[in-house]
Design a protein around this ligand. Structure first.
Ligand SMILES: NC(=O)c1ccc[n+]([C@@H]2O[C@H](COP(=O)([O-])OP(=O)(O)OC[C@H]3O[C@@H](n4cnc5c(N)ncnc54)[C@H](OP(=O)(O)O)[C@@H]3O)[C@@H](O)[C@H]2O)c1
Length: 365
């Protein structure tokens, strides 16, 4: 394996592939995932084609995702070759008791032991806080995670679905207490979901952490197989047709803005003769600060195509077309960081549209 194909995870020496394998679809409990033998084929294909970074969570498919991975790694004796990430926060306790969810020391310790059992391993490479619980002091979370590092149960940690201020405070505390730094932020990022650009690109560059992008295809919408009115579409099978009662994932995606993006993506994919899903994955991987893109797949032809999605470059004029059709609205106060306002601070300077280029162009030293 050529070392050039791997990135380091944040400011660590751990090498991870740019495409990570998402395994939220391993297990049939949620109605749209894979049976074990199909999941095994996807897992093998991913590893055989240069992937080494596998992502799961304690709550995925009621624990089946971790169970499957544990069995696969044991049968193949390849635990050491894999950079294994799992997550905690959601309530996975048997009786759904009050301390069986959240980011308290008590819950982290409970759920980690259960994850280790299901995964049939004695350590996790990257342990990820799944969601801010709006309650536990960040000091308690960091102390617990650093104790777990000292005990050898986890090697590194990351945050997912947290406000930027929380991540920033947490990283500042790791510096103050000489703790292990936060290596990554796992965030939703795709052509249809670009709201992280307002805060998290600058943030992760400042933190020296990479973004692990989840749902890069918007749950499948960017594959091009859906049409407006997803619920009524008879001729397609797909996960978005199953998800109608979990907070409106389908209805929130089935809108005019997204269909315009899908249309432009289709035009770009025709022009460069690449599948729409591959172009969408490539777009996400090409954005500043994105370290890894989490690929999901429920069929072999999907993982086969997705693993080739970084083997080409999107020409700059087509990249521009994709960027323009998907540009997110800019809420206050981010309006102040746009070129027009910035030019009033730095007259006659060339400030780019991307947050990173403000600083690259203008910062001294
Ligand atoms: N931290 C978090 O809160 C969080 C949240 C969500 C996900 N994640 C992680 O991110 C991973 C990926 O998320 P995701 O599954 O939502 O990603 P996604 O890439 O947006 O959606 C994947 C789905 O798109 C369809 N698909 C994939 N490749 C395709 C192709 N080449 N052609 C046509 N359809 C294709 C499949 O659905 P069909 O079965 O319908 O064909 C597949 O399950 C998860 O497995 C999980 O590890 C993390």
């Amino acid at each position: 394996m050529a070392i050039e194909r791997y990135y380091t995870l944040g400011n660590t020496g751990l090498r991870v592939s740019r495409l990570a394998l998402g395994t939220m679809t391993f297990g049939e409990e949620w109605g749209w995932g894979n049976a074990k033998k199909d999941a095994a084929q996807i897992f093998d294909y991913y590893l055989d084609h240069g992937g080494n970074f596998v992502d799961t969570a304690d709550m995925y498919t009621g624990g089946s995702s971790e169970e499957f991975l544990g069995d696969f790694m044991k049968e193949r004796q390849n635990r050491e070759e894999i950079v294994l990430a799992t997550k905690f926060t959601f309530n996975t306790s048997k009786n759904q008791h009050i301390n069986g969810g959240g980011n308290s020391r008590k819950n982290i310790r409970r759920t980690l032991e259960e994850s280790l059992k299901r995964l049939k391993t004695d350590y996790i490479d990257l342990y990820i806080l799944h969601c801010w619980d709006r309650m536990t002091p960040v000091e308690e979370v960091l102390r617990t995670l650093n104790d777990l590092i000292s005990e050898g149960k986890i090697l590194h940690y990351a945050l997912s679905n947290v406000p930027a201020w929380y991540a920033s405070k947490a990283q500042a505390l790791t510096r103050q207490f000489n703790y292990e730094p936060i290596s990554a932020l796992q965030l939703e990022y795709s052509l249809i979901q670009r709201s992280i650009e307002h805060e998290y690109i600058d943030l992760t560059q400042d933190m020296n952490a990479g973004i692990m992008a989840w749902s890069p295809l918007g749950g499948g919408l960017l594959s091009g197989k859906y049409k407006p009115g997803i619920d009524d579409q008879e001729d397609v099978k797909g996960r978005l047709k199953h998800i109608t009662d979990n907070g409106g994932e389908v209805s929130s995606k089935d809108n005019e803005r997204n269909w315009n993006i899908v249309k432009t993506l289709h035009e770009v994919s025709e022009e460069i003769n690449q599948p729409m899903a591959s172009v969408a994955l490539n777009w996400t991987a090409s954005q500043p600060s994105v370290a890894s893109v989490l690929v999901g797949a429920t069929k072999m032809n999907q993982i086969e195509a997705n693993m080739k999605s970084l083997d080409f470059e999107i020409p700059s004029e087509l990249m521009k077309k994709l960027n323009e059709c998907s540009a997110p609205d800019v809420p206050y106060p981010y309006t102040f960081f746009q070129p027009k306002m910035q030019e009033r601070i730095y007259p006659n300077s060339k400030v780019g549209l991307k947050p990173d280029s403000y600083w690259k162009d203008l910062r001294i030293g």
